[in-house]
Design a protein around this ligand. Structure first.
Ligand code: SAH
Length: 251
């Protein structure tokens, strides 16, 4: 049997946001590898072995997936959202680069998924409709000083920003510091959207002016979108407001 490695994004949680090609790859797999909550989203079936591992072991998990593939298995490594956005695709390629030369002959495909920023932006309206950037606020893999520098420069360049991993139990003070940095650089009425558990039954969306933002509005299931200076809100009676960024900036 010829092995094949597929690195797939499961989307933000809702069944309807899993792409048909990811569904097909999972149906054809012999092994699914990933972080425990993501592997549990894949239905059990005869002939499918699930390998669920804890957080922060991405390289071990990648080596395991590549080893299984080299043995001839059809392996799917799963991430939430898109596998190339703060997720497993880069981890697998780090392991591939450092691994045995023979791994480079393996067939490897990356299948995109709906990233949390796109699911959240769609629910809010179109806050990422003009130029934007995505920043991972976790300081697991980079120093806090770099996060702070990028926050300041992104705001200075007037990008809308999608923030991943805003707040963990391990470092709840991190997001307070983020809000402090933003408050120094943005006007108080700048719009900020907290999109929690988008596309699941626990979804909650809240948009407030920056001055009303509190650290506890975010947790690790929240995607935060900071508007640019041009992002605006359309009120609608009895309905959620629409948050959007116009396409143009005048000369
Ligand atoms: N690869 C994923 C991101 C993984 S990092 C993607 O493309 O979406 C994990 C972070 O993604 C979480 O801390 C949260 O900020 C965000 N996230 C993932 N699923 C989400 C959802 N359903 N709703 C809101 N944010 C989500």
């Amino acid at each position: 049997m010829t092995g094949r490695l597929t690195i797939a994004g499961l989307g933000p949680g809702g069944e309807g946001l899993v792409t048909p090609e990811v569904t097909a790859a999972l149906a054809d797999a012999t092994d699914v590898v990933g972080y425990i909550p993501y592997v549990s989203r894949v239905a059990d079936r005869v002939g499918l072995t699930k390998h669920a591992s804890d957080n922060r072991v991405e390289i071990d998990r990648s080596n395991h997936a590549l080893t299984l593939t080299a043995e001839g298995r059809r392996v799917v490594v799963v991430s939430s959202g898109d596998p190339g956005v703060f997720a497993m695709a880069s981890a697998v390629f780090e392991a591939l680069e450092d691994g045995p030369e023979t791994w480079r002959d393996l067939e490897i495909n990356v299948l995109p998924g709906v990233s949390a920023m796109f699911a959240a932006a769609a629910r809010a309206g179109a806050p990422l409709g003009h130029d934007f950037c995505a920043i991972n606020l976790s300081d697991n893999l980079k120093p806090w000083t770099l996060i702070e520098k990028r926050l300041r420069l992104a705001v200075e360049a007037d990008f809308a920003c999608a923030f991943y991993n805003p707040r963990s139990k391990a470092r709840p003070e991190g997001f307070l510091r983020v809000l402090e940095v933003l408050a120094q650089s943005c006007e108080p009425e700048r719009l900020i959207t907290f999109a929690r558990a988008v596309s699941t039954s626990e979804e909650v969306l809240t948009t407030v002016p920056l001055i009303e933002a509190k650290p506890e509005m975010a947790d690790m299931r929240t995607l935060v979108i900071l508007g640019s200076s041009r992002t605006r809100l359309i009120e609608r009676a009895g309905q959620q407001p629409i948050v959007y960024t116009p396409r143009s900036v005048p000369e």
